[in-house]
Structure formats: structure tokens, C-alpha cells
Design a protein around this ligand. Structure first.
Ligand code: NAD
Length: 454
């Protein structure tokens, strides 16, 4: 039987933050039933009114940015200012969908002589949204905004690592929609699995780990629901021979250590040209020491164990930790910014998402070799190349099997836009206008004019 509470400990000092109740399978089934009943009325509501409701929800999120950021910080350890940025990004995404939703697919009219063919867009029905802890408000707002404005009813389950944040977000948003149109349930992965396996759900939208995404895809294959999956990444950074190694190291540190490496588009593995490798590694170690002067914890100790296992295995296989690599004493879930030299493609730290402040570095004899190794991976979220050569940049963006290629900047690319992951990284469509297509279907109505009187 499922444990009825979720214990959340602060990653800063281990103290108990709270013990909220977890919803049961019966609650999940009840929420899906309620959503099913509420959805037709919401779909029949004028799109402009749905947009207005979303705008009101966005305002509530924006006004409560401090409270939401404090909850994110308490539960996940993300620094307040950065957590607040995530909340405000979420509010902006809701506002973006409030504008885009009402004009979505307004162009779909086909002509004829004695008949008219209309392409009538409509919602898919009931959407289950399963979201992660690492940017909990921004990600949830993306899925919820696109689903709600197009007339779907939504059951949202936030991560069990930030149930208070999820509950607060639900409290702020639910009141702006008719009863049953948006519901929030807190619970662990089992609750997500129960929702994903429900036979009466039309879309399961999941942002989270690759293994979870795969099990959701299997559940959806059994029920016929559409699976929208934004899974994990294993983003490479390829450093060419002609860039300033100190600047490249600063980029690698920014990509690898921001939010303690817990971003889906964190730099997960580095391929550096041998001509600049020594200077690059030296500068990267300086950067890591600087990050370690102001440490940010990982989300919890279980995750720290996962990160350290990747590092320890790599070291056992011959990698050299130049900075970090040790679990520190203390009650929190801290792990130092870590630079690993001497990494090889077979190591788990290079093959799987570490999701921690660890930058494994492999020295390669040529840009082409680095690019080839960067491409040889099952994930396909994003990738960065640092180069002074437009020809190499072009070669890279053509070859890399990923949703976003970044040249000479580790962050950026389609903010709130359509980054379509590939391979094991999923089947979703970011948080841009294209997500509205995914949340809707189009019905063709062939309208013969004979007998029509008005
Ligand atoms: N591609 C993107 O846009 C993106 C964005 C942010 C995070 N991520 C990824 O998310 C991961 C970190 O988040 P996480 O640890 O919370 O992910 P996770 O997959 O463990 O959890 C995500 C959500 O799925 C639920 N869940 C867990 N097991 C489930 C199951 N068997 N069936 C249904 N639902 C289940 C969780 O309770 C949570 O609500 C990283 O891999 C990161 O790369 C991806």
C-alpha cells in the first residue's frame, strides 16, 4: 500500500520542510472523472474568455512570485533570485498562451462551389501533466497554459520533490477556471503512473527523466492516449582549436554548474581540441573553484548519491578529478563543482545524464572527431559548439541529432519556443506555439449548401 505522506527535507540543512498528504489511486481516478465532466463546458467557452482566465492566473502567479520562489528554494535548494526568475518565466509563458490561444489555427478555411470544407480545431480532451522539480513553476506553466487555453481540462501532478510548490501553484491558478477544469494532485511517481495509465485520458504530457518518459510511452501505447514527452538530455559541448580557451572554460562552467548542473540543457560532456586542452582545463579548474566558493545544494541526498556514483565510477575507470569529486561533510545535499579529466566515451558519466555540477572532459585530436563523438549518443535535447569557423559551425548544426544547436553560447535558443527533442530525449515540442498544435486536433467539416436555410 502506498505511503500516504511525502516527506520533504531541506537540501540546505536536512530539516523537515513538510509532510503533505499524497493522493491515492482513487483520488486520481476521481480527478480524471471530474476533468472529463468539466471539459465540454470549458471547450464551449469562447476562446477569448479562456485566454482571459489564463491571464488572470498569470497575474496571480506573478503577484505571488516571492512566495512561490521561497517554496522552490525550501524544497529544491535553488537560490531565491533564480527561483524567482523561473516563476516569472512561468507567468510570462501563461501570458504568451493567453494571447496565442484565441488566434490559434484561425486560418483553416478551404473553399468550394456548392460546399465548404471547414477545418475546425478543438481540444483533445483530458490532459494529464506530470512535471519535474528542477524548474517546477516555469515547466508546469508551459504545459498547463497550452492545454487550458485550447479548451482541455487538466490534472496536474508536480514532482514529489516539491509538493508544496505544486500545491501553491494549484491554489493560485485553479480559482480562475470553472470547477474541475484544472486540478492539482500531489503524490509520488506511482500516482503519476496511475494517472498515465488511466483509460479515460487523452494526452499525457510529461517533462522529466528519460526512463520515466519511456514507461509513460508504454502506458500510452496501451490506452491510446497521446504521449507528449520532454525527457532528459546528455548535452555535449565541442570546443574547437581556434577559440580562446579561458572564454571556452567560462562557457563550460556556466553550462555545467548553473543550478548545480540540474538543468535539462546543462553541459553534460565536453570534447576539447587537443591544441587548447591544457589551457582550457586549467581555466576550467579556476572556474570550478570559484563556483565552489558559493555552493548550491543538489535537490536531495538520493540525487547526490546518483551524481557521486557517476563520478566514482569514472574515477575507478581512469578519469582524474582535478577539482571536486568528494562528498562533503554536513547535513545538506551539497556536492562540489567537479572537473573530470581523462574521460572516455564508454564511461557512464559520458553516456547518461548526471544532472549534477560535474564536467567530464575528453581531449580529441580534431573538431571532426569531437563532433562525431558528440553525435554518438541516444539523447537529442541540445548541444553547443564553440568555434571561430563558420564552416565548422555549419557542419555541427547539420550533423547534431538534437532539438537545439547553440553556437558560441551555452544558453539560449528559442526562449519559450519550439525546441523539438530527438531520440531518447522525447517527442514533445517545447513551450512555444507548436505546443498548441499538440494539445488540439483538427476536424474537417464538409458543409454541403443544399437544404441549408440560414
Ligand atoms: N526536456 C525538457 O524540457 C526538460 C525540462 C526539465 C527537466 N527535464 C528532465 O527532468 C529530469 C528531472 O526531473 P525529475 O527527476 O522530476 O523527473 P522524473 O521523471 O523523475 O519526474 C517527473 C514527473 O513524473 C512523475 N513520475 C515519476 N515516475 C513516474 C511514472 N512511472 N509514471 C508516471 N509519472 C511518473 C514524477 O512524480 C514527476 O511528477 C531530468 O532528466 C531533466 O533533464 C527535462
Amino acid at each position: 500500500m502506498r505511503v500516504p505522506t511525502l516527506d520533504v527535507h531541506s537540501p540546505l540543512d536536512g530539516r523537515l520542510v513538510g509532510r503533505p498528504l499524497a493522493a491515492t489511486d482513487e483520488d486520481a481516478a476521481g480527478a480524471v472523472r471530474t476533468a472529463r465532466e468539466a471539459q465540454p463546458g470549458w471547450a464551449a467557452t469562447p476562446a477569448a474568455d479562456r485566454g482571459a482566465a489564463l491571464r488572470a492566473a498569470a497575474r496571480a502567479v506573478r503577484d505571488a512570485a516571492d512566495d512561490l520562489a521561497a517554496a522552490v528554494q525550501a524544497e529544491t535548494g535553488r537560490p531565491f533570485a533564480s527561483a524567482r526568475e523561473g516563476v516569472l518565466a512561468g507567468a510570462s509563458t501563461l501570458e504568451q498562451y493567453a494571447e496565442l490561444g484565441p488566434v490559434h489555427r484561425g486560418r483553416s478555411l478551404l473553399g468550394g462551389h456548392d460546399a465548404t470544407d471547414l477545418m475546425v480545431p478543438g481540444p483533445r480532451g483530458v490532459v494529464v501533466a506530470l512535471t519535474p522539480w528542477n524548474d517546477p513553476v516555469a515547466v508546469a506553466c508551459g504545459l498547463l497554459g497550452a492545454a487550458l487555453v485550447t479548451g482541455n481540462a487538466v490534472v496536474h501532478k508536480p514532482s514529489e520533490r516539491c509538493p508544496h510548490t505544486g500545491a501553491l501553484l494549484a491554489e493560485l491558478m485553479v480559482q480562475h477556471f470553472p470547477p474541475g477544469v484544472l486540478q492539482g494532485l500531489t503524490g509520488a511517481g506511482e500516482l503519476g503512473a496511475a494517472l498515465a495509465a488511466s483509460p479515460d485520458v487523452d494526452v499525457v504530457a510529461h517533462v522529466g527523466g528519460t526512463a520515466t518518459g519511456r514507461s509513460i510511452a508504454a502506458a500510452c501505447a496501451a490506452t491510446g492516449a497521446k504521449a507528449l514527452l520532454e525527457n532528459g538530455g546528455n548535452d555535449p559541448l565541442v570546443v574547437d582549436a581556434d577559440v580562446d580557451p579561458a572564454w571556452a572554460a567560462a562557457q563550460a562552467a556556466l553550462g555545467g554548474f548553473t543550478n548545480a548542473g540540474q538543468l535539462c540543457t546543462s553541459v553534460e560532456r565536453v570534447f576539447v581540441h587537443q591544441d587548447v586542452a591544457e589551457a582550457f582545463l586549467e581555466a576550467l579548474c579556476d572556474e570550478a573553484r570559484r563556483w565552489n566558493a558559493d555552493p548550491q545544494p543538489l535537490v536531495d541526498r538520493a540525487h547526490r548519491d546518483h551524481v557521486h556514483a557517476h563520478v566514482a565510477e569514472a574515477v575507478a575507470d581512469g578519469a582524474r578529478p582535478l577539482v571536486g569529486g568528494e562528498v562533503p561533510d554536513g547535513d545538506g545535499a551539497f556536492y562540489p563543482a567537479t572537473v573530470l579529466a581523462g574521460c572516455t566515451p564508454g564511461m557512464r558519466v559520458m553516456r547518461e545524464e548526471t544532472f549534477g555540477p560535474v564536467v567530464p572532459v575528453r581531449v580529441v585530436p580534431s573538431f571532426e572527431q569531437g563532433l562525431a563523438e558528440a553525435c554518438a549518443d541516444e539523447h537529442g535535447l541540445a548541444a553547443t559548439v564553440l568555434t571561430g569557423s563558420m564552416a565548422n559551425a555549419q557542419r555541427a548544426w547539420r550533423a547534431l541529432p538534437v532539438g537545439t544547436v547553440k553556437v558560441n553560447a551555452v544558453f539560449g535558443g528559442a526562449p519559450g519556443g519550439a525546441a523539438q527533442p530527438r531520440g531518447a530525449s522525447g517527442t514533445g515540442f517545447g513551450y512555444g506555439p507548436e505546443l498548441l498544435d499538440e494539445m488540439t486536433t483538427v476536424k474537417v467539416v464538409h458543409l454541403g449548401q443544399a437544404q441549408l436555410r440560414d
